[in-house]
Write a protein that binds this ligand. Structure first.
Ligand code: PBG
Length: 323
């Protein structure tokens, strides 16, 4: 008779037959950078333990994280001033550009990934330019995204990650990078990004909630799985080097299907709402937070992710994960 318990008898035996393992190299830590002088850490109330960091504070926090083994980070910028065209997103001395330059100078081994989107930079909070009726203009936005990506790479970014969900942006970014002699820089595209309520805390963190309307005309309908595969195919066709599926936990089926449909490296984004839920339950003593976090990350890897973007990364490393 088959007895599954034979292989579960001791810890060593379980470890030997374990199918999935989480490594330090899988983790990507997101950071929110604000344009403030000096060392500033502003707590994000819906994401306890996460902060908006000034460049000097980012330097301190990343120094600690790198010392604990962090390999890669993802940067989001909150500019001092927003406008209709989100022009701080592609300013040479924009907040992400300066933060990137500092990080690459200080930590040359660290992979700096930059989020390419306009929503943190526009006064209306949408991910692109608006036409008079409030609809996001696709192709005009794509041009600005390409400019943004080039400016990030000029500042030293190792990888650019467009999260806007405009059509054709991967091809435009690839073309603009190549034209600027950055043909060696990979594009990690948010291929399957859903219009999710789980981004709520992020919008507080990035001060990027749309002032009117929602993102449903560009981000995907949570009810759709086949559409994700069309987005994946389009991004690969346009030249994406890596893909992101986002959110992660409620979309493990999409992750597994994406894994089966292509051979590119895939990152999963455990988003702000997933972080907030685990953290809140942990703080209330309703869950063993550390165990639940590890289980959620293992589940995401098991479903097919090669890498995981998670707000828990720095803390896990600080607690000794991987050592
Ligand atoms: C920008 C962007 C968002 C997130 C990542 N990039 C917000 C959004 O699309 O509204 C969400 C990440 C998170 O919730 O942790 N477009």
């Amino acid at each position: 008779m088959y007895r599954g318990r034979r292989l579960r008898r001791t810890g060593t035996l379980r470890a030997m037959v374990r199918e999935t393992s989480l490594s330090v190299r899988d983790l990507i830590m997101p950071y929110f950078v604000v344009d403030e002088p000096g060392i500033v850490r502003k707590p994000i109330s819906s994401m306890p333990g996460q902060y908006q960091l000034s460049i000097a504070a980012l330097e301190e926090d990343v120094a600690k994280a790198v010392n604990n083994g962090l390999h890669a980070c993802l940067l989001f910028g909150i500019p001092a001033h927003k406008n209709e065209a989100g022009s701080e997103a592609y300013a040479e001395d924009g907040i992400v550009q300066r933060a990137t330059a500092m990080l690459k100078k200080r930590f040359s081994q660290l992979l700096v990934i930059t989020d390419v989107c306009l929503c943190e930079y526009t006064s209306h909070g949408h991910c692109g330019l608006l036409n008079p009726s409030g609809m996001v203009r696709n192709d005009a936005t794509v041009e600005l995204l390409a400019r943004t990506a080039v400016s990030h790479v000029r500042a030293g970014a190792d990888i650019v990650a467009p999260s806007d969900m405009m059509d054709g942006r991967v091809a435009a970014i690839r073309g603009a990078l190549d034209a600027a002699n950055y043909e060696h820089i990979p594009v990690m595209s948010y291929a399957a990004k859903y219009a999710s309520a789980f981004y709520g805390p992020f919008r507080e963190a990035a001060e990027s909630a749309p002032k009117a309307g929602n993102r449903k005309t560009y981000q995907m309908d949570p009810a759709n799985a086949r559409e994700a595969l069309r987005e994946v195919a389009a991004d690969i066709e346009e030249g994406a080097d890596m893909l992101i599926v986002k959110p992660a936990g409620p979309y493990l089926d999409i992750l597994a299907k994406t894994r089966a449909a292509c051979n590119l490296p895939i990152a999963a984004y455990q988003v702000s709402g997933e972080y907030a839920m685990l953290r809140a339950a942990g703080q209330n003593g309703w869950l063993d937070e550390q165990a639940a976090v590890m289980e959620s990350l293992t589940g995401i890897k098991r479903a097919g992710a090669d890498m995981i973007i998670t707000y828990f990364a720095a803390e896990l490393l600080e607690k000794g994960f991987g050592r």
